[in-house]
Design a binder for this molecule. Structure first.
Ligand code: UD1
Length: 421
């Protein structure tokens, strides 16, 4: 298994291109199932999760061509309308095939995702929403078996559905399903994340009629079919946030390109509180830091509040900031697995329920640590970049799921990261 060996305390300088967003690319790749025409995408990041999504789609019969930065998907003949456990267990977002398959073909069989390192993460809202649209859903042997064959023209029926919890992939699954339903669907308490909006905009280019994107009430007027479209995937605000947090910690001066700063507000406002300087331009953002930071408290919540996917990285930052901070996680119940590893590097952190209390220290020390999930791994990388001495991070396959060329990008800025095979 690969590991990373990181020599700490090199300030970061230079320019970096931010990749397309993992959490937008995944649902958009899967949206190709909604039409027999070709969906043509740019800025699809090269990530393990993207490979997992592509291999699931290929298994179903989708033709996928990749040339330079263009990915073309054509779902003309779908031979397998099922997503087996072996494929779903490695990536929860595979559940997103449920809505499109059911809406276009009237049947789908998708494995339940099961447990996950950061919490139980059920999919009950995805299921309840499709049932509200008339689908017959049974759970057998760990599989969701869904059908619309009993409905008029075998089509899902538009409805009003209130989501008990704000769910990102739940909103996306139902939005895709409703695009090909009979009549109008209104999703209340919908997710407002920029990645949900990006998917909605791509669906509209494919001929869907979706209104209210970016608000908590999304209205979808069903259409008979969708057609070909071109779409450029939105930038990855979590990747951008991770580099910003890293520069804040190590000190330095870095420009991130291919970003829209308005989607980074929750992150940049917190970083400004720590004392760093941020300049926002039309398609880029610049951060300058002398590495002397003030601790900041935060609480994760759905967009536009502070993203749970940046919680671990900001916790790493607080370990070397002056003062005491509180980081509260409200989205996932078990998302503090980075804490024990940061403590191995000398951090002072106490956990009380879903809040971590961090007492900032002057510096962390290199150690051997273990990556446990995607964002926890990112927090260990940026902690190591700022730490004194050498850190070895094991189980880094988590990082490859969600960060494109992580060590190349950091090394381009002056870091010293080596991958050992
Ligand atoms: C997505 C993101 C993930 C991010 C998360 C929260 C993708 C591919 N992944 O995950 O990176 O951390 O949003 O911003 O976009 N829940 C239920 N029932 C459901 C669905 C969700 O109880 O049917 C709960 C979850 O357990 C969790 C909360 O709702 O506590 C939010 O989860 P959700 O927004 O669905 O996360 P994902 O879409 O899986």
């Amino acid at each position: 298994m690969d590991k990373l060996v990181i020599q700490g305390q090199s300030p970061l300088h230079g320019e970096l291109e931010i990749s397309g967003a993992k959490n937008a690319a995944l649902p958009i790749l899967i949206a190709s199932l909604l039409t027999e025409d070709t969906l043509s995408l740019t800025h699809v990041p090269h990530l393990q999760d993207v490979n997992t999504a592509k291999s699931l789609l290929k298994y179903m019969g989708v033709d996928i061509q990749v040339e330079n930065d263009k990915t073309e998907l054509t779902a003309k003949e779908i031979t397998n309308k099922n997503a087996p456990y072996e494929r779903v267990k490695t990536m929860r977002a595979s559940i997103l095939v449920l809505g499109p398959l059911l809406a276009r073909f009237g049947e789908a069989r998708v494995s339940l995702p099961g447990g996950c390192a950061i919490g139980s993460r059920p999919v009950d809202i995805h299921i309840k929403g499709l049932q509200a649209m008339g689908a017959k859903i049974d759970i057998h042997n760990g599989y969701i078996e869904a059908s619309t064959k009993h409905l008029l023209k075998s089509k899902l029926q538009g409805c009003k559905f209130y989501m008990d919890i704000v769910t990102v992939t739940g909103t996306e699954n139902l939005m895709m399903a409703a695009s090909l339903a009979e009549g109008v669907t209104i999703l209340e308490n919908a997710a407002k994340e920029p990645e949900v909006v990006d998917l909605g905009q791509c669906l509209n280019k494919m001929g869907a009629k979706i209104k209210g994107l970016g608000t908590d009430v999304i209205t979808i007027e069903g259409v008979d079919s969708l057609h070909k479209a071109n779409h450029d995937v939105i930038f990855d605000r979590i990747e951008a946030g991770t580099y910003l947090a890293a520069v804040a910690m190590t000190g330095g001066d870095v420009i991130l390109k291919n970003v829209q700063h308005k989607y980074l507000d929750a992150i940049t406002l917190k970083l400004i509180e720590t004392g760093v300087k941020i300049e926002s331009h039309e398609n880029s953002i610049r951060i300058k830091s002398d590495g002397k930071l003030k601790a900041v408290s935060l609480r994760t919540a759905p967009y536009p509040a502070f993203p749970t996917d940046m919680q671990a990285q900001m916790m790493a930052l607080n370990t070397i900031a002056e003062g005491v901070s509180e980081v509260t996680e409200t989205i996932f119940e078990n998302r503090f697995m980075h804490v024990q590893e940061l403590i191995r590097m000398g951090a002072q952190i106490d956990i009380r329920g879903n809040t971590a209390i961090i007492r900032g220290k002057e510096y962390l020390e290199g150690a051997s640590v273990m990556a446990t999930d995607l964002r926890a791994s990112a927090s260990l990388v940026i902690a190591s970049l700022a730490a004194r001495g050498q850190t070895t991070i094991e189980r880094i396959y988590h990082l490859d799921r969600g960060y494109e060329k992580l060590e190349d990008k950091f090394n381009q800025l002056g870091a010293n990261i080596k991958r050992i095979h």
